[in-house]
Design a protein around this ligand. Sequence first.
Ligand code: AGP
Length: 613
Amino acid sequence: MCGIVAYAGVRAATPILLQGLRKLEYRGYDSAGIAIHRKDGIKIYKQEGKVSNLVDSLGDYQHDPDHEQAHVGIAHTRWATHGPPTTANAHPHPAGNGRIALVHNGIIENYRGLKAKLAAEGHIFLSDTDSEVLAHLVDHYYEGDLLEAITKALKEVDGTYGIACICEDEPGKLIVARKGSPIVIGLGDGETIVASDASAIISHTRQAIYLDDNDIAVIEDGKVDIRTLDSSPVQRDIADIDWSADAAEKGGYEHYMLKEIFEQPEAIRNAIRGRVDAERGTAVLSGLGLTPRELVEFHRLLIVGCGTSLNAGLVGEYAVEDFAAMLGEVEQAAEFRYRNPIVGSKDLVVAISQSGETADTLAAVREAIDKGAMVAGLVNVVGSTIARETGRGIYLHAGPEISVASTKAFTCQVSVLLMIALKLARGRRMSLQNGRSIAQKILNIPSLVERVLAKNDEIAKVAEHFVKFENMFYIGRGYMFPVALEGALKIKEISYIHAEAYNAAELKHGPIALLDENMPVVALMNKGPGQEKTVGNVEECRARKAPVLGVITEGDDEAREACDWVIEIPECPHFIATIVATTALQLFSYHVARLRGCSIDQPRNLAKSVTVE
Ligand code: AGP
């Protein structure tokens, strides 16, 4: 998820583009750039790092006639997906010897094939990005009509895009288009400001058009002409933006955490996009750089991580045993690095980290490498240290996660771990038929998560009953145990309620002593292996007057009767419910913390990335 800004009007474009980039920096902050149409043609300025690096590199642009007289421009702040955060990989990307400049937000899935074709025609690529290929494809089709060239190019790409493009031969013209990534067009007085979201527009105008998928808009002299990819003209509604600037950055949500919870369907789609082969009933994980033949050589999948990433890892351990009948083990990274672990060349080690910078996980990576294991990263931040040091792995594509309490990273991590387990299983005893069935279930995850998000108000109502408690237990069995761990971690982090998670069977071996009317229990009792046993454990809790909130399968009246309150989730196998039920518990903890007046996005004592031991 990157941030795009573009301007066509009567004012100097540069200050407007830079101000817009600052507003969109939460969407991506590893490099930034602008391209402006000056009298002497298009000039591109780009820098690695934060927008402030770019601003510093522009010097006194406020009083530079080249900038003052440039009234059209495009800009971008990057969240790397293909190619590390470098100046070369920053946008805008030039093509046709600088005649064309383009910025892109999204993922071009078939970029490798297109790149090879264009390179064979003599196109020279300056970056590792998929986006640059699109710029060259536009140039490939350019014969004096930018709209025609962009239309032809977009018809050839698979994947998602939000783009803005300018061309030296057509001064004053700006063309933008979208499929899957947002583009908002702000209608000003004789000027037009375009951005990935309203936060970069509302200081100029509150009149905006939200492009639909497959829309292309030609912007010139304050006029906006919208067509679809098959060139038929369309009218789009003009919306009134009534948000504050702060609300706009949060997309209208009160907190980044809630925004990121609601981003999960799209984030998970990005995490699985192009990686599930439903026909062959397997997963395509080219970033691992391992052939199926090499994958079957491994005896054990060993997962290391911390916090939420560790909880996701536990789901991975269960899945690889379940799907592939292969040894799976998850290790807390700090324990792993100091315990002189038994690990070697027959181990595939996966280091999970949203930030890619967590000190203990990084050290565990180095330890595993030194012990001769094959080590891969499962990371969200492209170009981060763990990604670079492992040199192989899978990027989450979850987009920036701003809230300290990790949410969408967890559900994307589990989605990818299920794909890893499927891949390992298909290389072993899993049949094509079973593989296809699991592949289909993975593809259905986003729509199941959407069904839970639709219950947000119901979950907020249930949360009201828990605001007064200072302690809580979470219980679950099998795949639902890591869900209990993650639920307890979330409510601890943001509401400061002391919460413990247990395998439900463990209660009787001690913790049950703490149960009374002041110790509520959240029980994962959705249909699946061990559910009846968990219902039994819940009755033991209620016998000690402990209030019980049950996460149950929709329509399961028997389970409902065993609880004081319930949150219903759609019926699904437990390995999928690890994501669906966790989404419900994320919302639950969010609302409990909100009602307790806690500072949700920056909880006390915590940091988004723990880079110290
Ligand atoms: C989760 O909400 C916390 N922010 C924390 O436990 C986090 O998961 C842990 O610090 C690991 O971070 P990483 O995934 O960036 O390595």
